[in-house]
Design a protein around this ligand. Structure first.
Ligand code: ASP
Length: 388
């Protein structure tokens, strides 16, 4: 009996606090109302209506972390808090994201900058160059200890791998996203962002290359990939494993990438205003060679083949590739399998082709673009694939 009263009292408290919260969660709020660490918005928010991040006094004892925002689901908004697919990506600004996680200010002096505000399928080479140059500028300053980039998850690994090859600093760089928009019940963005700032603030995270944080895992940009269309555990590093985890509010590292990154690479974006065009062609049964013709005609300097199995190509696409190679286009064999090394053979050298090691097609494209800023000799480009 006594217990029942206690339970009822407890339930009463629970129900009351739920009742107190509900009107806040469902009330008709203008764009970007921040409620208890969650961004609640009645409509996809127009960027310009957003209030600036609340200025916080800089604490000398804390590291300084800059958050560069590019859009994506982490900045996504929907009128419905159960909508996790039909929302608008890149709807909220960096100030809104920062204001939604005030706890970050206990980890670091956090400030934000909006680089772009798009879904990540719209991240292009121009955004990559802008982002990389800004990160290099920021990290060259003693006033910045680490950088976090908010990004859509669809092409997040491409941006992260690009940065892994061109950032010239040992300071931590963490790319973070979310699978549920900020307006959703149990949105994952706020905690992912908090964890990313935690990593970027940690001296232990120096020299690790560019990292990706989602779902408490820390992955190397070289190894991790998106594996699932909608699940929050979509980023996996199946073959090589994670660099570490964030657990119980602490950062733990267990592995290191053995591939060259950041300060160890030859790539330099300082004077680049564009990147060479590299296209990806998918291998499948009964394919034609006309996509090779189209890529060559459109000015491709490189073609990555998402080959079947161990980078296999049909005899028809091999003819297309030979035509491309004869015109000085570098063809790189990768694989559509999702994991494994594409092994290199003498026939690749004879055909003037390169192989992507264990890089998936989208990351092989990133490396090939950068390689082509240095050389168009297949043997030298192969060395990059072997080392990076
Ligand atoms: N379509 C979104 C994007 O990549 C998906 C996400 O962020 O998870 O921008």
């Amino acid at each position: 009996m006594k217990t029942n009263v206690k339970m009822k009292k407890k339930m009463g408290i629970v129900l009351m606090s739920a009742a107190l919260m509900m009107p806040m969660a469902v009330s008709s709020v203008s764009a970007d109302t921040v409620v208890q660490g969650t961004v609640i918005s009645s409509t996809p928010a127009p960027a310009k209506t957003v209030a600036a991040a609340v200025p916080t006094p800089v604490t000398a004892a804390l590291p300084n972390v800059k958050i560069l925002a590019t859009g994506g689901t982490i900045a996504g908004s929907s009128a419905s808090n159960t909508d996790v697919t039909g929302y608008k990506a890149g709807a909220l600004t960096i100030d809104t994201l920062i204001n939604a996680v005030p706890e970050m200010k206990q980890l670091a002096n956090v400030s934000g900058e909006q680089i772009a505000n798009v879904g990540s399928p719209d991240i292009d080479n121009a955004v990559l160059l802008k982002l990389a140059k800004r990160i290099n500028e920021l990290l060259a300053s003693d006033d910045v200890d680490g950088v976090v980039i908010t990004h859509g998850t669809d092409t997040l690994e491409e941006t992260a791998y690009f940065l892994n090859l061109v950032v010239k600093s040992d300071k931590p760089v963490v790319v973070v996203g979310a699978m549920r928009p900020a307006t959703a019940i149990s949105a994952d963005g706020s905690f992912n962002l908090y964890n990313a700032v935690k990593i970027a603030s940690s001296p232990k995270a120096r020299g690790k290359g560019v990292m990706i944080e989602l779902n408490d895992r820390i992955g190397s940009a070289r190894y991790i990939t998106k594996t699932n269309t909608t699940g929050t555990d979509t980023f996996k590093s199946v073959e090589q494993g994670y660099l570490g985890v964030v657990s119980g509010g602490n950062v733990f590292f267990y592995n290191e990438s053995t591939r060259k990154h950041t300060t160890q690479t030859v790539f330099d974006v300082t004077n680049l205003t564009s990147l060479p065009q590299v296209d990806i062609l998918y291998e499948y049964q009964n394919n034609g060679s006309y996509f090779y013709d189209a890529a060559i005609a459109a000015g491709a300097k490189g073609i990555v083949v998402a080959g079947s199995g161990n980078g296999s190509m049909s005899s028809v696409s091999s003819k297309g590739a030979a035509k491309a190679a004869a015109q000085g286009v570098i063809v790189a064999r990768s694989t559509r399998t999702g994991s494994g090394v594409v092994t290199h053979s003498d026939s690749d050298d004879k055909a003037g082709m390169v192989t992507s090691d264990s890089l998936n097609p989208q990351k092989a494209r990133i490396l090939l673009m950068l390689a082509l800023t240095q050389t168009n000799k297949p043997s030298e480009i192969q060395t990059y694939f072997d080392q990076y």
